[in-house]
Design a protein. Structure first.
Length: 375
């Protein structure tokens, strides 16, 4: 990745300047999107890289609501990433018809509320949108089952794959999913602020419009006509100019995952998460740590959340003194990401050993939670 970025700066942009658009840049959103599609059980022309996850969610959610003008409800859950809810709430304020977001609550803050979602989805539901793998606990929804439930009531589905893409097999086509978005920052190794992706099922591409109609989605972008005419297929879901440097940085990581094989990555992920949970039982549960992820590996992604009343201060001690880099999610979640391409079993053992030491030696007492902005 570093060599690629150096080459883009020194040669592609440094020497070619705008000629770079004719040497792979203009096609990059589709080319890289097609590779990501291979990890998510989608056709190559059904996925494209663009914008951020939030912007893509806005585009697809609003497009779905405009395609169901007689319906007034969006169904989601309280395990969804909060930013997704903010986007949905904003959309309801923009629509010219009454619209509300119904948030179904999980009974344990770990598992998805399948029964409650079944009760909430009805004939007035335009869209069901959920995080496929939820950001706190790692619970993973049965995509096909939820999609079938939504379709039975005539609703569309929109999945956030940010914590699934590159971590576990996803079958968008097989599940008959309508729409999806996701980031490339996490398991796809794109880096901070890397562009996101969006998926639109083939038969919906010309039915749904892009609410942020921009020149990259125009039928003949370089004619610079004053009236918008959408490009055919998925390309009309592009809006502005693609960020070439950060877009380019996605490709090597995606290619490594394709080379390793998502099934093999998932197999190692399950082995490693089971190992971590076994160590939790042995070493951490006696020290007051709780398991805040599903115990059934079929119901979780590739991160494990451990709870502790002093979770934030423990997290700070791990980062500053123990060379362990988890993140913290309120109220008490210490979230440990397992990335099988480069996480070893020894890494997991040492991380658990240091989690124990922070509590046993009281190291967290050195830290204050005041003024902590990023966790």
């Amino acid at each position: 990745t570093q060599e690629l970025i150096d080459a883009q700066v020194a040669r592609s942009w440094g020497q070619q300047l705008i000629r770079g658009w004719s040497h792979g840049w203009i096609e990059a959103p589709e080319r890289i999107g097609a590779k990501i599609a291979g990890l998510l059980g989608a056709k190559a022309h059904e996925l494209i890289v663009a914008d951020s996850t939030s912007v893509n969610l806005f585009k697809l959610a609003l497009a779905a609501l405009l395609a169901r003008p007689e319906r007034h409800k969006i169904v989601t859950d309280d395990l969804n990433f909060p930013s997704d809810l903010y986007v949905l709430q904003g959309i309801c304020q923009l629509l010219k018809r009454p619209c509300r977001v119904e948030v179904v609550k999980s009974t344990d803050s770990i598992h998805g509320p399948m029964e409650g979602l079944g009760e909430a989805i009805d004939e007035d539901t335009a869209l069901v949108t959920l995080s496929h793998t939820v950001f706190k606990s790692g619970y993973t929804y049965p995509m096909a089952e939820l999609t079938q439930l939504a379709h039975k009531s005539g609703a569309l589905t929109l999945w956030d794959l940010s914590h699934s893409a590159g971590a576990l097999p996803v079958q968008l086509n097989q599940s008959k999913a309508d729409l999806a978005v996701g980031c490339t920052y996490k398991y796809l190794n794109g880096g901070p602020g890397a562009p996101a992706f969006l998926y639109v099922r083939e038969d919906l591409q010309d039915q749904l419009g892009n609410p942020i109609s921009g020149w990259m989605g125009q039928k003949n972008a370089f004619e610079f006509g004053l009236d918008y005419q959408p490009a055919a297929g998925l390309r009309h879901f592009l809006s502005g100019t693609p960020p070439i440097l950060s877009l380019s940085a996605i490709e090597p990581g995606v290619e490594l995952i394709l080379e390793a094989g998502i099934e093999q990555i998932r197999r190692k992920s399950v082995q490693q998460s089971e190992y971590l949970i076994a160590l939790w039982r042995q070493k951490l549960a006696p020290l007051g740590y709780t398991l805040n992820s599903p115990e059934d590996p079929r119901q979780r992604g590739s991160h494990i959340s451990l709870g502790h009343p002093e979770g934030l201060r423990i997290d700070l001690a791990l980062i500053n003194e123990m060379n362990v880099l988890p993140d913290f999610r309120y109220p008490d979640n210490i979230r440990l990401g397992i990335t099988p391409l480069y996480t070893s079993f020894a890494d997991i053992y040492h991380a658990v050993d240091r989690l124990a030491k922070v509590v046993e030696d009281g190291l967290y007492h050195r830290y204050s939670t005041e003024g902590i902005a990023v966790t």
